[in-house]
Design a protein around this ligand. Structure first.
Ligand code: SAM
Length: 387
């Protein structure tokens, strides 16, 4: 195993719980091959741990362990099995969940999602890409998947100098799979849908929203109807809107699959729709806002904040007194504190008094690793308009 020397600052970052060392903290890496596992030592020669090495990414090292241990097949098997054990309770509630959440599960740059026995894998760094066949073999050995699909078309792979590709790597995958989330049925397309097929990170927020929702509901940025279908049983009527026509076609199929008669969908731009509904004097009792990330880097936080402010302000104006706002941001760069400040400003400008009922995050199969703030990206605030 090659050795990489890292700065005191880099070593301190790892000893404080983070898993990444940036290129600017690498002092010597001439022996390390692209995509290999290396031993990292500090400038005094002490072992800091073993890590994935990338020859091009700004994240040069992703730590697998801070112990001096062999990273062999048994080691991977134990980590994979532990992920499966930690999901045992979740697998009783749904057949669609994240089995391996990269850094959150101490398996950096590796994601594995499960859709009714069909596994979808993403290897997002040079080193996890090198190990992909071994990971496929281990998944087969441990979990007996029906099929394994790779969704390595995620743009972040470009930061690692990796090509974008997707396809079936084990078995014969169908183009569509039916999943069940707490009694709600959805058709997902793991080979072609957004992300790996569904927004699994919102699953527990669907349940929270359903517990509190009532009356007439508007689900903005509905995608395949995740919130809308869950709200159906609690609300008189639900309207889901999204700009992507193929997402709306799929959402409509999901409504038929569940034989629901109070859910409708429209293909439209949420920004325009909220403005038009406001002018038309429409009102709702429940509104969900689950937009795409409006800011993907620190540099665009200000412009992203304007987007969040606009939709939250408009949604608050559309809510009846006592109405419920379920508002989300999936941008890591938008902290919960900043997001709450935007919601507070929106409430002031809309002349509404708001009560925060719940502050939530991503579902528990996307666990946040303390020390690695980047693993906490989704924020979901549930608030009630008092007057
Ligand atoms: C984070 S996803 C929503 C996930 C969904 N709520 C769920 O639980 O499955 C964001 C969605 O916003 C849609 N979208 C992006 N920009 C939009 C816009 N301006 N108006 C309407 N929908 C938009 C995308 O097509 C995508 O389906």
């Amino acid at each position: 195993m090659a050795t990489v020397v890292i700065s005191t600052r880099g070593a301190k970052r790892i000893r404080k719980g983070h898993l990444w060392v940036y290129r600017s903290d690498v002092r010597e890496s001439s022996d390390a091959e692209a995509g290999s596992i290396v031993t990292a030592i500090d400038e005094a020669g002490n072992v800091v741990g073993h890590a994935f090495y990338s020859s091009v990414s700004e994240i040069a090292l992703r730590f697998l362990t801070t112990r001096d241990e062999a990273i062999d097949r048994d080691w991977w098997r134990a980590r994979f099995r532990a992920c499966g054990d930690r999901r045992a309770m979740i697998a009783r509630e749904t057949n669609a969940y994240r089995l391996i959440y990269s850094e959150g599960d101490l398996l950096p740059s590796l994601i594995v999602d499960v859709y009714d026995g069909h596994y979808v894998l993403q290897t997002l760094s040079q080193a996890s890409d090198v190990l992909q066949s071994e990971f496929v073999e281990l998944l087969v050995e441990l979990f007996q998947p029906r099929t394994i699909i790779e969704r390595n078309d995620a743009r972040v792979r470009e930061l690692e100098g990796l090509e974008l590709r997707n396809g079936v790597v084990y078995g014969n995958a169908p183009s569509e799979v039916e999943i069940n989330q707490h009694g709600c049925r959805f058709i997902v397309s793991p080979l072609s849908g957004q992300k790996t097929g569904a927004f699994l990170d919102q699953r527990e927020n669907y349940l929270a929203a359903k517990r509190l929702a009532r009356g007439s509901a508007l689900d903005c940025f509905t995608f395949n109807g995740g919130f809308a279908l869950h709200l159906s049983g609690a609300c008189e009527s639900v309207l889901g809107i999204d700009i992507a026509s193929e997402a709306i076609v799929a959402a409509q199929k999901n409504v038929q699959l569940n034989r629901l008669n109070n859910v409708t969908f429209q293909t439209t731009n949420v920004f325009d729709a909220l403005r038009e509904m406001s002018s038309a004097g429409e009102r709702f009792d429940t509104i969900v806002l689950d937009p795409p990330a409006f800011t993907k880097s620190r540099a665009t936080v200000k412009s992203g904040a304007r987007g969040y402010k606009e939709i939250n302000l408009r949604a608050l104006k559309l809510l009846n007194p006592g109405g419920l706002l379920i508002t989300c941001t999936c941008s890591y760069h938008m902290s919960e504190e900043m997001f709450l400040a935007i919601i507070a400003e929106s409430a002031l400008d809309a002349h509404r008094r708001l009560q925060i009922i719940e502050r939530r995050g991503q579902s528990s199969d996307h666990p946040v690793l303390l020390g690695v703030p980047e693993t906490h990206y989704l924020k979901c605030v549930i608030a009630r308009v008092l007057d």
